[in-house]
Design a binder for this molecule. Structure first.
Ligand SMILES: CCCCCCCCCCCCCCCCCCCCCCC/C=C/C(=O)SCCNC(=O)CCNC(=O)[C@H](O)C(C)(C)COP(=O)(O)OP(=O)(O)OC[C@H]1O[C@@H](n2cnc3c(N)ncnc32)[C@H](O)[C@@H]1OP(=O)(O)O
Ligand SMILES: Cc1cc2nc3c(=O)[nH]c(=O)nc-3n(C[C@H](O)[C@H](O)[C@H](O)COP(=O)(O)OP(=O)(O)OC[C@H]3O[C@@H](n4cnc5c(N)ncnc54)[C@H](O)[C@@H]3O)c2cc1C
Length: 662
């Protein structure tokens, strides 16, 4: 980090006010002092590579140049990872330094994030032995090609066909329609030479559902598409410009039988189909990534909050009191209301991620022992937390951007790009509504089990408790609020269930009744997620090993999250819990007190995310607060500022002005 001496004096004052040890927070957030050291050490190693620095901001590059620069940097970054592993005999620690290098999304994201994990999770030991060393060492580059032009959410409806030919022991891949073309996979456009293709398996004319296959699509030497492969890039998007998303179609393209990933289901040489123990295990990579996205949401909220809080400490505008100098905008309570929830939410998502990571690891261990009992709970929880955290994180980033006024609209603030990238997670890896409806299926089952008095899985056991105990008087404590959110979820689950029953009594079949109740079902899932987020984050704060000074501030943040959402969803609480109008007034006052209490620590709290200037990549958010200098420095990099008079003056403006004289 830069030294205090060069800092904007407002930030120096803010840091002097902080009531806790920022380093303690950093170590707690990232796990330990050792983890912080290792992460910083690795970040240093990456940032020391001169070739990774961009000469001009990426926004000035063409679409093609931007991609090529992305690939260039991704390959250098990959060498740094390899060298670290060779030297330390382990992978680099979790870090976000890719953001400092690629800025947008790496064309290798899908290789590392889904291609390799799918081989590891869906391949037999022999298949892993064949593909993993090549993929991990980047001898081959891959992606995860599932979504098609016509189908993304409903994957059973995918149209890519893999027909088994027992004579040659091969699968024949075909995309018979335009809508069957793969569309979206990252890296597919011009980067990868392999992919996991999710296709409908046909043997002797019989369909056996969707399965993953490995297909080599480009020649390893020339990089030309292999015969029978039509592949390309899908064009500019809201973000993800360097992710190199692509399309792909096959025309009678043959792959060997061993290229079907057969850890779950198998196709024997003679064409016998051997079903897996659970066909949904084929969806395993998506579950893992959904868990990871909750962690990503923590990062994006932290990044936007760091930029906006530091900027708000430096920015002065208007007066709170006419007799005083212009106020730091961070002193306006409305600004604190916009920003502190982003700081608090980042901690909530982080704790939820750690909690989900544990659940994921346990279930994976159980699955390796053929125990599947807890898979539905994992799937349901990953779906709803991914859905709710990504939408909330997107809104928080946008709120942080808006909170920076006009400068937040500048690309150089890095907030527009961050919004584009964050909001994408609402759609990818399972569209929000679709995933919330998956959780709703689970909640309806849990509800029916609760009605029968059966024991429920831990994450939904509150439904049974709420059913058994009559509603107790509302308590304005964090524990009371957590209970309140559980009552809301309970009430919404019950109401959605009863709505389905009502429609069925009117003669509708279950599917139609489900559709008619689906707005309520989605809201029930959201309420369930909120109850989990509140409970998990409050428990994490209460059981943390933080010193009293830090603990006090972390509790304030967690309470801010609870109170914010109580006030945001007060209508639901009034409907489904015993909260009263008076309680809400007390909580409104409490919320304002929390904003005021957190205010002196605001800068310390975002410093506690330990995001370097290179990761923030923002004129508004750097550690030293030299906002105006940086805005001007960046503006001067515009190609339009490299010449005094642009040629368009002579070509268009002057002729226009002269014509106007006639
Ligand atoms: C070494 C060990 C270390 C361990 C450490 C542990 C770490 C863990 C954490 C890991 C973090 C890692 C970080 C990774 C992050 C990296 C990020 C990089 C990648 C970023 C990617 C960005 C690019 C985007 C890529 C994509 O978008 S890929 C395409 C994604 N597509 C989708 O998500 C499609 C969405 N649709 C679906 O999933 C399905 O169609 C559906 C679930 C909506 C419906 O499926 P289907 O129709 O088949 O099912 P039904 O509705 O009929 O339901 C039937 C029953 O099946 C259950 N079900 C469904 N899915 C699953 C599942 N996945 N698992 C289990 N069960 C499932 C339903 O619940 C139904 O059950 P029921 O009948 O009992 O009700
Ligand atoms: C940036 C980005 C990167 C991506 N990367 C990849 C990748 O690498 N590999 C890959 O395979 N895919 C990738 N995808 C595709 C992504 O997984 C899909 O876009 C996503 O799963 C949503 O599917 P869809 O586009 O078909 O949306 P749709 O399902 O068409 O959704 C459109 C609307 O229909 C609604 N809807 C659909 N079904 C239902 C239902 N059953 N009930 C109620 N409402 C419904 C949705 O709620 C939504 O409002 C990527 C997408 C993006 C945006």
């Amino acid at each position: 980090m830069s030294t205090e001496t060069k800092c904007n004096p407002d930030l120096v004052r803010e840091r002097a006010k902080c009531t806790f040890d920022v380093n303690e927070l950093i170590n707690l957030f990232y796990g330990s002092e050792k983890a912080t050291k290792e992460r910083r050490h690795f970040e240093d190693a990456v940032l020391a590579v001169k070739e990774l620095k961009d000469a001009i901001p990426e926004e000035y590059l063409s679409h093609k140049e931007r991609y090529e620069n992305g690939v260039r940097k991704a390959t250098i970054l990959r060498d740094v990872y390899r060298d670290y592993k060779a030297k330390h005999n382990r992978d680099p620690p979790p870090n976000q330094i890719t953001k400092a290098v690629i800025k947008d999304i790496s064309p290798f994201l899908l290789h590392n994030g889904m291609f390799v994990p799918t081989i590891a999770g869906q391949g037999t030991p022999e298949q892993q032995a064949e593909w993993l060393p090549k993929a991990e060492s980047m001898q081959i580059i891959g992606t995860y090609a599932q979504t098609e032009l016509g189908h993304g959410s409903f994957i059973r409806g995918l149209e890519t066909i893999a027909t088994y030919d027992p004579k040659t022991e091969e699968f024949v891949l075909n995309n018979p329609t335009l809508t069957s073309f793969k569309w979206w996979p990252g890296g597919l456009g011009s980067t990868v030479n392999h992919c996991v293709v999710v296709a409908q398996l046909y043997i002797n004319g019989k369909s056996h559902g969707i399965h993953p296959f490995i297909a080599q699509i480009r020649d390893l030497d020339t990089h030309k598409p292999l015969p029978g492969v039509k592949v390309g890039e899908i064009g500019p998007k809201m973000g993800f410009q360097t992710a190199n998303n692509g399309f792909l179609g096959f025309d009678n393209f043959r792959i060997p039988r061993k290229n079907m990933l057969m850890k779950n289901a198998q196709v024997l040489k003679d064409g016998t189909f051997v079903k897996g123990i659970n066909e949904k295990l084929t969806y395993g990579t998506m579950v893992m990534v959904r868990v990871g996205i909750v962690g990503d949401c923590s990062f994006y909220a932290a990044l936007a909050a760091t930029i906006a809080v530091r900027y708000s400490a430096v920015r002065h505008q208007s007066h709170i009191k006419a007799s005083e100098p212009e106020a730091q905008i961070l002193d306006y309570l409305t600004q604190q209301h916009k920003l502190f929830i982003a700081v608090a939410s980042s901690h909530v998502y982080r704790n939820a991620y750690l909690w989900m990571e544990k659940m994921y690891t346990n279930v994976m261990k159980e699955l390796s022992q053929d125990k599947q009992d807890n898979l539905p709970e994992l799937h349901a929880t990953a779906c709803c937390l991914k859905a709710v955290c990504s939408r909330d994180a997107g809104s928080l980033v946008e709120e942080c951007r808006l909170a920076c006024g006009g400068h937040g609209y500048m690309a150089s603030s890095n907030l527009p790009l961050t919004y584009g990238v964050t909001i994408a997670a609402v759609t990818y890896e399972g569209e929000r509504t679709v995933l919330l409806l998956q959780t709703a299926r689970y909640l309806m089952k849990a509800w029916m089990a609760a009605l029968k008095g059966k024991v429920l899985s831990p994450s939904v056991s509150y439904l049974l408790n709420s059913l058994k105990e009559s509603k107790k008087p509302w308590q304005n404590t964090p524990e009371g609020i957590v209970k309140g959110f559980q009552h809301v979820s309970f009430g919404k689950v019950k109401a959605a269930y009863e709505t389905i029953q009502k429609y069925m009594k009117q003669g509708k079949d279950y599917e139609d009744a489900w559709n008619l109740a689906s707005v309520q079902l989605v809201k029930a899932s959201e309420a369930h997620s909120r109850a989990i987020l509140c409970e998990v984050s409050w428990e994490a704060v209460c059981s943390s090993s933080a010193s009293p000074n830090l603990s006090r501030v972390l509790q304030q943040l967690a309470q801010l999250y609870l109170t914010y959402w109580t006030l945001e969803t007060s209508g639901d609480l009034l409907l489904y819990s015993n909260i009263t109008k008076d309680d809400l007034i007390i909580l409104r006052d409490k919320y304002e007190e929390l904003l005021v209490a957190i205010r002196p620590n605001a800068v310390g709290l975002v410093d506690g995310f330990d995001l370097r200037d290179e990761i923030l990549n923002s004129t508004l958010g750097s550690y030293d607060g030299r906002v105006y200098e940086r805005l001007m420095e960046e503006a001067l990099k515009s190609p339009l500022n490299q010449e005094t008079v642009n040629s368009s003056f002579h070509k268009y403006l002057k002729p226009m002005m002269e014509k106007a004289k006639l």
